[in-house]
Design a protein around this ligand. Structure first.
Ligand code: SF4
Length: 347
């Protein structure tokens, strides 16, 4: 159901409909602080980040890219606002992708310099249109609307295409989900470039997670989105966890165990919340593609557990464990977590 898009190479990965939806994030360290930046990227890699963006807002940041690249394993994108010299410097120092709007670079000569260098090194450019920083001329004509966002994206695309440059990824981030979706729907009819999607400035962990999940989820359900970034006012590692859960929930990708657990109710006779939390925590690094159900009673529990590869229906002082829908074992309450963890590890 994904919209068909061309494949764009970014370092050692590809973005496009022929490839899995790529998870990305952005560092919040000073890029020129190499040690801190590398440490954060390594933590993000470990969490599952597949592409990292760093701000390149000064020459030191551009120089740092070279050293950072030696110590990380995922492609790195440079976020540049309008300074073409920083773009050139970042490319020279090994960046794998640029995020820059060609319409903001200035003269055609300057744009050509950046485009030529990108062509020479095989580096793609992401055009990023935001409702908060729409070009004044476009805003004057269309206002901050879906049409305005679409026209702005087309303006930047045309500039690159004039130079016969088609290694493009596009993001449009409107102030609300509908506006974003409408503009991307207009754009998808005109171009086959991959889309980077996300909800901008979505907020702190809980609010941001909900807003991003709804927004990104709605776009993905329309088949739109080849790479996602969840923006949270939180540790970027959290962004990766949320990205993975969004893709897991829509069955667009599978990251390890699919956990099912009941919300608990008056029938619950155990501390199910603790049991479910402990099982999840102790098996979170296991990457097996299995479904594990942790249910709170022997009335409805077995039904749900039957759908899972491994399940437990917890009753008073004990738990009935199911394997592929069949009763497998009955254990005492204090043995439920250990037994489930062991069975998951051995599965
Ligand atoms: Fe309640 Fe049992 Fe359903 Fe859990 S599985 S919510 S304990 S009825």
């Amino acid at each position: 159901m994904r919209r068909k898009t061309r494949s764009i190479k970014v370092g050692n990965i590809f973005i496009g409909s022929e490839h899995p939806i790529i998870i990305q994030s952005m560092t919040n360290t000073k890029t020129e602080d190499i040690e801190k930046t590398v440490n954060q990227i390594l933590a993000l890699e470990k969490a599952g980040c597949e592409l990292i963006r760093c701000t390149v807002n000064n020459e030191q940041a551009a120089y740092a890219i070279k050293e950072i690249k030696k110590q990380i394993h995922i492609p790195i994108a440079a976020d540049i606002h309008f300074d073409y010299k920083l773009a050139l410097l970042a490319i020279e120092h090994g960046v794998d992708k640029l995020r820059i709007n060609p319409g903001n670079i200035g003269s055609k000569e300057k744009i050509k310099k950046v485009v030529d260098k990108c062509k020479e090194k095989g580096i793609p450019i992401r055009i990023g249109v935001n409702s908060g920083s729409l070009d004044k001329d476009i805003e004057g004509l269309y206002g901050v609307t879906a049409e305005g966002l679409y026209q702005s994206a087309m303006k930047h695309i045309r500039i690159l295409e004039e130079f016969d440059f088609k290694d493009i990824i596009i993001s449009i981030k409107g102030s609300d989900i509908n506006m974003t979706l409408e503009s991307l729907k207009m754009l998808e009819k005109k171009v086959d470039y991959p889309f980077h999607i996300g909800i901008t400035e979505s907020g702190t962990f809980l609010k941001g997670t909900i807003k991003s999940s709804i927004g990104i989820g709605a776009l993905l359900l329309h088949g739109i989105g080849d790479t996602i970034r969840v923006s949270l006012t939180a540790d970027p590692v959290k962004e990766i966890e949320v990205c993975k859960e969004i893709l897991n929930s829509l069955s667009l990708r599978r990251f390890g165990i699919n956990y099912i657990s009941c919300p608990t109710c008056g029938r619950t006779e155990t501390n199910l919340i603790e049991i479910a939390k402990k099982i999840e925590e102790r098996t979170k690094d296991i990457t097996k593609d299995i479904t594990v159900a942790v249910m709170g009673c022997v009335v409805n529990g077995p039904g749900e557990s039957k759908e899972a590869d491994l399940g437990v229906a917890c009753g008073k002082n004990s738990g009935v464990i199911f394997k592929k829908g069949n009763v497998f074992l009955k254990v005492k309450e204090d043995q439920i977590v250990d037994t489930m963890v062991k069975l998951i590890e051995e599965y």
